[in-house]
Design a protein around this ligand. Structure first.
Ligand code: C2E
Ligand code: CA
Ligand code: CA
Length: 725
């Protein structure tokens, strides 16, 4: 564009110089014309460098040429004054036909030399490029070179043979357009074809094209390798015939599918795409098929699938894989009855400790191998986790003997003097095949639970009794959330009295007021909610009820009364106890000392340090910590030293005071009370039922008493009626 503009201006200046009759104006016209030639050449040189990418990184050369051009231009324009470059004279073509032509002076040679140096540079650039380029592009450079040389030749002729008019000037603009065409529009067809064929040949996919008569007109190297391994170049067209049938107007025009091909004995997977091509008027011209090798992706996908569904240690299915497989087998074999058999190694943790993890791993592998050997097609099995295995098999194949021999074989593996391994098996008869697989597995493990105390390999069945229990559990879980939402859970309060028999604390105990089944005691649902992890929802609900009540009592002037709430072991894992409890007392602005927290010793069975840390933070905030059911189970005196509890709570039920060991029982109570005192702890004795118990306990120095003797857990309203005066 730049070149074109300069060319036009130069032409115009020259034409003006010739046609004007005024010498001054003609002189200016010529000066512009000569200067224009400088700029045309510089622009062309710059274009040549850009276009050919030859000597493109030189920065000095353009600067020098431009500087010289500027100086030359100044000199040419000052010719007006000194006439050192050219002078004008009238040139007659006929008697009345004349114009101003120029005669050169010394300086003009300098200008001319400069111009020809640039011409030489341009020519050199194009020659260099024409030699170096591929056959496809040679034309493009040589054409411009020839055009350029042509113009220069005309110019030379004009100068040396004293033509009246510089005809080359007319070609400048034409030349510029020519250059534009070659550099922007010209793209040799053969070159494009060559590029496209090379690309398709090299493509990592097989391409086959057919004409309208189903003749194969093209197949790339990949396709030939794939379909003509013997080397004959003819693609067997029949195998794709069903897709082509081009003339049927309603046949599919684009589709894709997956196909497996055997190449040199190996299986390859391809994504095959089929496309028909129509001309602009809609007539069918032909079609092509492209085949993409997706074997790698497929293998990666399969491996990933395998990894996700299998256990890396034993190669058995994992839980997810098993559940999916069971569902599939049950759906696909509607007529077949199945049983779910689960196995569990008793005390597997012990095996890990005694024999080390490697040996334990070997044992698990052995278990898996034995099961794999015993079960046949149509069955499936998995290692669900740790030492728990599950087998789904047709009922008709199941025999006790099959499992007994398997269990004996595995347990003999590790039998030695100190340790005898016991495997327990639970069998669940799948009577409800639409039920979730997990409930079948749970059923089998429930059966195992019923024989947990056996000391030899044994098998248990998920019988009617277990089934019933299981059903109730399922029912409770399914009803729980709704019951919580609809306020079916109520807080009952049981009074706790001090030495003066005055009620100072109440224990919050939950009751489920079921619309059909009446009041359900916590023993029937708390263990289940603990097992399934829902307990924290219920506990949070009860705590809030308790705190709200405390705030209410405060408003009635009963700020001395406090409430003990129960905290389940699971609460330590499911929620942030500190945040929850602190949040509650802050929300209702009550003193934390009035909310006593009952935890059982079992909290310290796992992750003791963590739990102690949580308790410490609660205590620091101001809550009082009670150890509930002290002495009932896992209890170590050491714990009392480590756990920062404020109150020890002991249940009479664990002390057979009235029976024949009464004396011992009393001694224990005395000792524990004394111990608690020594540790600066208060003592609550709960489960107090009789007057004689009260009489005795009053002397022991126990701080508080709780039990049916005083009152049973009461609905809040009743409690308030009796004890808030
Ligand atoms: P716990 O914390 O040891 O509660 C004391 C249990 O003993 C209560 O049973 C209470 O009704 C009962 N009891 C009170 N006085 C006497 C007595 O003189 N003799 C006898 N034999 N029993 C008496 P409940 O209310 O059935 O609660 C059973 C257990 O359920 C509680 O034992 C506690 O561990 C749990 N629990 C109750 N409510 C909740 C709760 O809101 N959250 C949590 N996590 N657990 C709760
Ligand atoms: Ca309690
Ligand atoms: Ca208790």
């Amino acid at each position: 564009m730049q070149l074109f503009t300069i060319a036009i201006v130069t032409c115009a200046a020259y034409t003006y110089a010739i046609i004007t009759g005024d010498i001054k104006r003609a002189e200016i016209g010529y000066a512009i014309y000569f200067a224009g030639i400088d700029w045309i050449l510089i622009a062309f040189l710059s274009y040549a460098r850009q276009y050919t990418r030859v000597w493109l990184d030189s920065y000095a050369a353009p600067l020098i040429t431009v500087t010289i051009a500027v100086v030359d231009n100044i000199s040419l324009f000052s010719n007006y004054k000194w006439h050192h470059a050219f002078i004008l004279k009238e040139k007659y073509l006929g008697p009345n036909d004349w114009f101003y032509a120029f005669d050169i002076n010394d300086y003009y040679l300098v200008h001319l030399t400069y111009c020809y140096i640039i011409v030489a540079l341009i020519v050199a650039i194009f020659i260099k490029k024409t030699i170096q380029t591929s056959g496809f592009h040679r034309n493009r450079y040589s054409a411009i070179l020839i055009m350029f040389l042509g113009i220069i030749l005309l110019n030379v002729l004009y100068l040396f043979f004293d033509y009246p008019v510089d005809v080359s000037i007319c070609f400048y603009a034409i030349g510029a357009a020519f250059v534009g065409y070659y550099s922007l529009l010209y793209n040799p067809k053969t070159f494009v074809e060559y590029m496209l064929t090379t690309i398709t040949e090299r493509m990592e996919c097989a391409l086959i094209a057919f004409d309208e008569n189903d003749n194969c007109i093209y197949s790339n190297q990949f396709a030939n390798r794939l379909f003509c391994p013997t080397g004959d170049k003819k693609i067997h067209e029949d195998r794709f015939r069903k897709w082509r049938v081009g003339k049927e107007t309603n046949s599919i025009s684009n589709t894709s599918w997956n196909e497996v091909y055997n190449i040199d004995g190996d299986e390859y997977r391809f994504d095959v795409h089929f496309n028909k091509i129509y001309d602009k008027k809609g007539y069918y011209c032909g079609c092509y098929l492209s085949f993409y090798d997706v074997t790698g992706d497929y293998i990666a996908y399969e491996e990933e699938k395998y990894r996700n569904s299998h256990d890396s240690l034993t190669g058995a299915l994992n839980r997810e894989g098993f559940f999916e497989e069971v569902r599939k087998i049950l759906n696909e074999n509607q007529g077949v009855e199945y049983v779910m058999v689960c196995c569990n190694i008793k005390g597997f943790k012990l095996i890990n400790d005694i024999f080390g993890p490697e040996e334990a791993d070997q044992l698990l592998i052995r278990c898996a191998d034995t099961i794999r050997e015993k079960i046949r097609k149509g069955s499936t099995f998995a290692r669900l986790d740790a030492d728990r295995f599950a087998v789904l098999m047709p009922k008709s194949r199941y025999t006790e003997e099959l499992f007994m021999t398997g269990m004996n074989r595995v347990s003999s593996y590790i039998d030695n003097a100190q340790y005898r391994m016991v495997i327990l098996v639970g069998v669940y008869d799948i009577f409800d095949r639409e039920a979730p697989v997990i409930s079948m597995v749970d059923g089998a493990f429930l059966a195992i639970d019923s024989i947990r105390n056996n000391f030899k390999n044994s098998i248990a069945y998920y019988g009617d009794m277990l089934r019933h229990e299981y059903m109730t559990e399922q029912k409770i879980i399914s009803e729980f959330e709704e019951a919580l939402q609809t306020g079916q859970f109520a807080m009952f309060l049981q009074p706790i009295v001090n030495a003066d028999k005055k009620v100072v604390i109440a224990e919050a105990l939950v009751r489920w007021i079921h619309p059909d089944r009446g009041i359900i005691s916590p023993a029937s649902f708390i263990p289940l909610l603990e097992k399934t992890g829902y307990i924290y929802k219920l506990d949070m609900y009860i705590w809030e009820q308790a705190v709200r009540r405390l705030a209410y009592w405060d408003s009635l002037g009963h700020g001395e009364l406090s409430i003990s709430v129960n905290i389940s072991v699971k609460d330590f894992y499911y929620i942030d106890l500190y945040e929850t409890l602190v949040g509650l007392v802050e929300k209702y602005s009550i003193a934390p000392q009035r909310l006593k927290l009952e935890i059982t010793e079992s909290v310290f069975m796992t992750e003791k340090e963590r739990q102690i840390e949580i308790i410490n933070s609660l205590k620091e905030y101001g809550f009082l910590i009670e150890i509930d059911d002290f002495g009932s189970g896992y209890s170590s005196l050491n714990m009392l030293k480590e756990v920062p509890a404020d109150i020890l709570k002991m249940d009479m039920a664990f002390l057979s005071i009235e029976e024949k060991n009464a004396r011992k029982g009393r001694k224990i109570v005395n000792t524990i009370v004394a111990l608690a005192k020594a540790l600066d702890m208060l003592v609550i004795i709960e489960g107090v039922e009789t007057q004689s118990q009260v009489d005795y306990l009053s002397q022991t120095g126990a701080d508080y008493l709780q039990g049916y003797f005083f009152d049973k857990p009461l609905p809040v309203k009743r409690f308030e009626e009796f004890y808030l005066d």
